[in-house]
Design a protein around this ligand. Structure first.
Ligand SMILES: [Zn+2]
Length: 319
């Protein structure tokens, strides 16, 4: 009997879940307006650098002619003004989903109905009462307190072509989100591992490419800034954010560092001394302050999913 490709037994799934705890009302509060700078809040800019640890592909939606015989047409990576970039929106989305998973935050994007979620975790609806990730990253018509620039590929680096498998996941996705007792499994994250090869050509930023970006923020508490630094992968246990396309095939592994930053602990004084020199950021100080917000079980689960794992082979067919 002829076997179709799709009937092979599925490979191990390339993702895992971080559990969602129920939330209490005290985890939501009024976000402060941007004009309402408190002296106990901090504002500033992190000048970040991204190093790719696996190829990164953020689809531009365009196809590109390569002039190559093997792969004449590829799915193009996103560029701006002729330079490959990781759009600020992609970076923000990836970091937000980590913040959501490791702090008492609502479940914003889900196919589940609110009565299938743990108590009080459905998306914040009242902009006077927002969870920490909605306050930081925005909700409805509230802009949020952190902004990511596009991350621009540094001079000297260029894109290349990678051939990835044509991946598909099982037809019945719904069941995957529940455990045997019908409870929601949690927030889904794709693991890192060895790149899977296939025959779909995509334009990627190669391994060890470097990007520059700026993360600006205003009116955060020390703990919120610490939460952001942990989500960037700067805490312990160490983990690595992941973004863009072909995540199941192990694309999109990033290491983020903050070579320089400007932090204003007192915003009014900062405006008077406008030419503040960038300095090194005291990462442990803010990460310590984040202990009051971070959910430690979830941080451990996430770090275990997003650790580097050279033994792990990403699926090259159905999973
Ligand atoms: Zn929320």
């Amino acid at each position: 009997m002829r076997r179709s490709y799709g009937r092979q037994p599925p490979l191990p799934k390339p993702y895992e879940f971080v559990k969602i705890d129920e939330m209490s009302d005290e985890h939501r509060c009024h976000p402060k307006g941007h004009e309402d700078y408190g002296i106990d809040k901090i504002s500033g800019e992190l000048k970040g650098e991204i190093t790719t640890l696996s190829p990164v592909h953020v689809a531009s939606g365009m196809m590109e002619l390569t002039g190559r015989r093997d792969f004449p047409l590829v799915k193009a990576h996103t560029s701006h003004n002729g330079r490959p970039i990781i759009p600020g929106s992609s970076l923000k989305g990836a970091i937000r989903s980590i913040v959501e998973a490791i702090s008492p935050s609502c479940v914003r994007i889900t196919r589940l109905r609110s009565n299938q979620l743990p108590n009080n975790t459905s998306a914040c609806k009242n902009k006077k009462s927002l969870c920490v990730s909605c306050r930081m990253f925005g909700a409805m018509d509230y802009l949020g307190q952190v902004r990511f620039s596009d991350a621009v590929l540094q001079q000297g680096y260029t894109t290349e072509i990678a051939a990835i498998p044509s991946l598909y996941s099982p037809r019945t996705r719904e069941g995957l989100y529940f455990d045997d007792s019908g409870n929601v499994k949690g927030r889904k994250f794709y693991q890192h591992g060895n790149l899977a090869e296939g025959n779909v050509p995509i334009e990627v930023c190669p391994v060890n490419a470097k990007f520059d970006f700026i993360l600006s923020f205003d009116n955060l508490t020390e703990g919120e800034l610490g939460l952001l630094l942990i989500a960037l992968g700067l805490g312990t246990p160490k983990f690595y954010p992941k973004l863009g396309g072909a995540k199941p095939a192990c694309c999109g592994t990033l290491e983020i560092t903050i070579p320089k930053s400007q932090i204003f602990e007192d915003i009014e004084r900062a405006y008077l001394q406008y030419d503040v020199e960038p300095t090194d950021i005291d990462i442990p100080k803010y990460i310590d302050a984040a202990q009051e917000i971070v959910l430690n079980d979830q941080l451990q689960q996430l770090a275990d999913i997003l650790k580097l794992d050279e033994q792990r082979q990403c699926p090259d067919r159905n999973y």
